[in-house]
Design a protein around this ligand. Structure first.
Ligand code: NAD
Ligand code: FES
Length: 293
């Protein structure tokens, strides 16, 4: 079970794995995530589902081996097995619940930042399969780390690649491309869905608020255990405490307090910081394990 059928380095230190997981593949929808453990004694790592094939019984993940646990995942090769894979978890994208005829009338723009392209692809693919071709702006720092361009291009109506250094596609950050498309190139969008680094999602929301385009963001990036027990993904949305792993990962971007989420995420990285947050936040520190206090 959970055998790795394919492993590929998409760009320097960004990997794709196709994994045998028939029950997850049968049930998952775009926007949902998995918890994986590479070895019996490994930490649990939440990863978004980048692709799935119900017939073949496989799912695909994209990861960057940066921390200890993701480096252990990267020790696995084709033919090896994950110790366990739990999912699908989290709420599916709201697009999956919308009326298909309404969806077809909407003009949607996805904004994918760096590795955040991985969770954008299954949403674009799902829409494409349902007869809706949404546009996408995909940003990367430089040409060498643009990932999944062929797959994204095969399911997007229009795919606009941007690089911060101008080495490929449009020059500048994703916000520049959104602004140009809407204010100079006559594009109209009813909805933006932005997934990538928090700083990108913050500035995309600032811009789309000015442009009057409702925007959804995905807060996967702050999750740690993915089960509501660690308190890592606590954030404030519209003045209320929410947890990305239980209540999200997608939220109305105009309601998310990004500055607080970024500050908290930095504090959470140290043991001292985690203790401080636990004391400060009391009963609302965890996301609903039901076993506290
Ligand atoms: P990156 O830092 O290379 O940024 C990607 C693009 O985001 C840039 O090319 C730029 O166009 C845009 N961007 C960055 N800063 C911006 C700003 N200040 N204003 C406007 N646009 C800006 O991305 P990366 O190194 O691949 O990012 C990895 C991050 O993405 C990690 O923090 C990871 O946790 C996160 N991530 C998030 C999700 C999610 O669901 N939100 C999923 C996967 C990865
Ligand atoms: Fe731990 Fe959400 S990831 S509470």
């Amino acid at each position: 079970m959970y055998k790795i059928l394919k492993k590929e380095e998409l760009a320097t230190n960004i990997f794709w794995m196709t994994v045998e997981a028939p029950r997850v593949a049968q049930a998952c929808l775009p926007g949902q995530f998995l918890i994986v453990r590479s070895h019996e004694d490994a930490e649990r790592i939440p990863l978004t589902i980048c692709d799935y094939d119900r017939e073949a019984g496989t799912i695909a993940i994209v990861y960057q081996p940066i921390g200890h646990s993701t480096q252990r995942i990267n020790l696995l090769n084709e033919g090896d097995c994950f110790h366990d894979v739990v999912g699908p978890l989290g709420r599916p994208s709201e697009l999956c619940e919308m009326d298909e005829e309404e969806l077809k009338k909407m003009k949607i723009l996805f904004v994918a930042g760096g590795v955040g392209t991985a969770p954008v692809y299954p949403q674009l693919k799902w829409l494409h399969e349902h007869g809706v071709d949404a546009d996408a702006v995909q940003g990367a720092k430089t040409k060498d780390i643009v990932i999944l361009e062929d797959l994204m291009g095969s399911v997007a109506g229009n795919l606009y690649i941007t690089t911060d250094d101008g080495s490929y596609g449009r020059s500048g950050m994703v916000t520049q491309a959104i602004s140009d498309l809407v204010t100079k190139e006559g594009k109209h969008y009813d909805r933006v869905i932005a997934i990538g680094p928090m700083i990108m999602m913050k500035f995309v929301c600032k811009l789309t608020q000015e442009l009057g385009i409702p925007t959804i963001v995905s807060m996967n990036t702050i999750m740690v255990d993915g089960t509501g027990m660690c308190g890592a993904c606590r954030l404030t949305v519209g003045g209320e405490v929410k947890f990305a792993c239980v209540d999200g990962p997608e939220f109305d971007g105009f309601q998310v307090d990004f500055d607080q989420a970024m500050r908290r995420s930095r504090i959470y990285k140290t043991e001292e910081g985690r203790k401080m947050l636990k004391e400060l936040e009391g009963d609302t520190h965890h996301g609903g394990c039901g076993n506290c206090n």
